[in-house]
Design a binder for this molecule. Structure first.
Ligand SMILES: [Zn+2]
Length: 292
C-alpha cells in the first residue's frame, strides 16, 4: 500500500537497495497514482533505525519490568536510543492487537475489571479497564482514563489540581467496543460488583450473561490483585493484572517510577499485551514483528 495516497493498485517495483546498517535487501516501489516512492521498510517498526539488532532484546526487557534507563545501561546504548523505540514499537503492537481482534471470533467467556494507577502523584488517579479471555488469560482489550481521587485524598486533590474530570464511562464504552469485535453475542462475562458495569455491558451485549462477584481481601498488602485463599472466580483477570504490575515498570505499586503521560502508559500496555499473548500461545521468545 502506498503510504502517501493509500492505493494498493497503482504500484510498480522500482529496484532494490541494500540498507547500510545490516546489508538487508529492501524493495523499492513507485506509485503511479501520486508519483511518490516508498519501500517495504516504510511501514516497518524499525523504519530509519540503525541499531536494529537490539530491537528484540529491548522489546523483551520492556515487557519484563525494566526501565528505559536500565535497558540503556544493560545494552550499552544511549537512553534516547531506547526512548525513541517506545512509540514505533507501540504503534506496531497496536496493529498486531487489532489484527488479533480481527482474527479472534466468538470468545465465550470474558473476565473484566479496572486496575488503578496514577499519573505522577496519587492525587491524580487513573483507571485501567482490562478484559481477558477466561480460560487462556489472553489480553483482549484495555484502555486508560483519568478519574477523580477518592477518600481523604479527594479534598487535597481538588485544592491542588482543581476538579478532575472522570473518564470512567468513556473508557468502559471503548473497552466494550473492542470486546464486541471478539466476543460471542451470548458471551458470559464475569466482573466484581461495581455498579458501573451492568449498564455499559447491556448497551453492547443485550443477551450476554453477567456474573458479578464480591471483592475479597488481598493476600499481600499492596498487591490488590492477588487474593487470599480459596477459589477466586476472577482469577484470570487478577493474575493478568498482577503480571502487568510486575512487568510494566511504571505500574508497580509503591514506586518512584511513575507514569507522567497517559499516552506513554497506553504504549507500554500495548507492547506488554502482545508479549503476554505470545507467551500464552506458547512462544518462548516473543518477538515484535510487523503486522501484515
Ligand atoms: Zn500513492
Amino acid at each position: 500500500m502506498c503510504p502517501h495516497c493509500q492505493t494498493s493498485t497503482h504500484l510498480i517495483k522500482r529496484g532494490i537497495y541494500r540498507r547500510p546498517s545490516d546489508q538487508k535487501k529492501i524493495q523499492r516501489f513507485h506509485c503511479k497514482k501520486c508519483n511518490k516512492g516508498h519501500s517495504t521498510q516504510t511501514h516497518s517498526f524499525d523504519y530509519r533505525q540503525r541499531k536494529r539488532h537490539i530491537n528484540q532484546t529491548v522489546f523483551r526487557l520492556f515487557s519484563k519490568g525494566s526501565s528505559e534507563r536500565a535497558i540503556a545501561e544493560i545494552i550499552g546504548v544511549n537512553k534516547k536510543t531506547i526512548a525513541r523505540r517506545v512509540a514505533p514499537f507501540a504503534k506496531c503492537a497496536r496493529k498486531n492487537l487489532e489484527r488479533m481482534r480481527e482474527e479472534t471470533k466468538d470468545v465465550s467467556e470474558i473476565v473484566f475489571d479496572e486496575m488503578e494507577s496514577f499519573e505522577h502523584t496519587k492525587l491524580k488517579p487513573l483507571t485501567i479497564p482490562l478484559a481477558v479471555e477466561k480460560d487462556t488469560r489472553k489480553i483482549l482489550a484495555f484502555d486508560v482514563g483519568v478519574i477523580a481521587a477518592k477518600g481523604t485524598l479527594a479534598h487535597i486533590s481538588v485544592k491542588k489540581y482543581g476538579k478532575r474530570k472522570c473518564q470512567r464511562r468513556k473508557v468502559l464504552e471503548f473497552l466494550f467496543k473492542q470486546i464486541e469485535q471478539v466476543a460471542h453475542p451470548k458471551c458470559c462475562f464475569s466482573s466484581d460488583e461495581s455498579t458501573h458495569y451492568p449498564g455499559v455491558l447491556r448497551r453492547h451485549f443485550k443477551d450476554a450473561e453477567h456474573l458479578q462477584f464480591k471483592g475479597r481481601a488481598a493476600a499481600v498488602v499492596g498487591q490488590g490483585e492477588m487474593k487470599k485463599g480459596g477459589f477466586d472466580p476472577l482469577f484470570s483477570l487478577n493474575q493478568t493484572a498482577a503480571m502487568i504490575r510486575d512487568n510494566i515498570k511504571r505500574m508497580a505499586r509503591r514506586t518512584w517510577c511513575t507514569t507522567k503521560r497517559i499516552d506513554r502508559l497506553l504504549d507500554f500496555l500495548a507492547i506488554y499485551a502482545i508479549y503476554h499473548n505470545q507467551i500464552i500461545e506458547g512462544i518462548r521468545r516473543p518477538r515484535i514483528f510487523n503486522a501484515v
